[in-house]
Design a protein around this ligand. Sequence first.
Ligand code: NAP
Length: 284
Amino acid sequence: MEKINPARRYGLIGFPVRHSFSAAMHNAAFASYEINARYELFEVSPERLDSFLRGLKNENICGINVTIPHKENSLRCLDKKSAEVEEIGAVNTIRVNTDGTLKGFNTDYAGFTRHIEELGIKAKKAALIGAGGAAKAVSLALAKKGTDEIAVYDIDKEKSLALSRRIKNIKPDCHVYNVDSIGGLKIEEKNILVNASPIGMKENDSCLVEESALRLDLFVYDLIYNPAKTKLLQLAQSKGLKNSNGLMMLLYQGMLSFEHWTRQGAPKEIMHKALLKELKKCSG
Ligand code: NAP
């Protein structure tokens, strides 16, 4: 049978991207609406980022998601930014408009917010590991949901300083401060711990946190969804702590990306089912 080229291409850029479930989720959504489109994974190194994004205008690519490590560096290639992108300083969704302009959105922020609302998390004090693109969205979401103290640790101190400056400007009543080590986060005094670093994605990654830091009333949220249970989440679970991986955040941010691209409501159940199927495949 003759292969028909898809009319519209979408995809995810990152380095690496192999771990991602986004293609399964978006392709299931396209199929359910009989949209003639395909979502692909594009492994783009930092050196190729600008040329790849500038080239989108000439390809048949209508929309792109952006993941680690490109959420901040992609900003320089955008023609237009949503108010949230301006506020957060990171982009995870790009729409290639019909006139060829690239407009950036941040759906991580709304995706994380929706999930912590569903979980009923109202954290006064938070500890955050990582200060990259996702961490910026998470910290703003926490600050806007009433968290009044956020301790931030990143191996790159400049990044955590930039994050705290940004949040302080937007929410001056939220005390955001930087620490030099995981121990400095004083997790034992916090209500929520969020891992927004990539540590935990690889099988041989160590657990970021000492067992003694995990008190019973702490919620542990790991943005990583593959593996479903990082060593951090395994430890939290073994101690009986409430915890979550990033799968629902992935779903909610993906639904919003879909809506920015297609201007149609996203099929939640179909996208969720596709993610669960991927998870099952990965957990063997
Ligand atoms: P990113 O922009 O590269 O940020 C990650 C940050 O973590 C970087 O600043 C990195 O510093 C820092 N880091 C690396 N190792 C660390 C360590 N041992 N301790 C403290 N900080 C460390 O990446 P991102 O896009 O924000 O993504 C971060 C993670 O969140 C990834 O695992 C990603 O898959 C996940 N994520 C999940 C969702 C979801 O929907 N569930 C959404 C967004 C992101 P260097 O740059 O110096 O290495």
